[in-house]
Design a protein around this ligand. Sequence first.
Ligand SMILES: [Zn+2]
Length: 72
Amino acid sequence: MKKLAYPCPCGGRIKWKKEKVVYEGIDCGVLDIEYCPKCGEEYLPEESMKIVEEKIECVECMLLSEEVLKKT
Ligand SMILES: [Zn+2]
């Protein structure tokens, strides 16, 4: 993965780190994230976002199938 260092809107420089990502209560594992050491803002790069989205979809269909099971 290409790691670009681009500036943050606050004027700081974005850095990369690996961190455990929990999105809306769903544990997405350790992903590459971008963060700004100056303002503390964290961003999810596209590739990590995709992993998060897949995880969420996975959990959603798991919940859905559980509901279906309860109904039947
Ligand atoms: Zn910043």
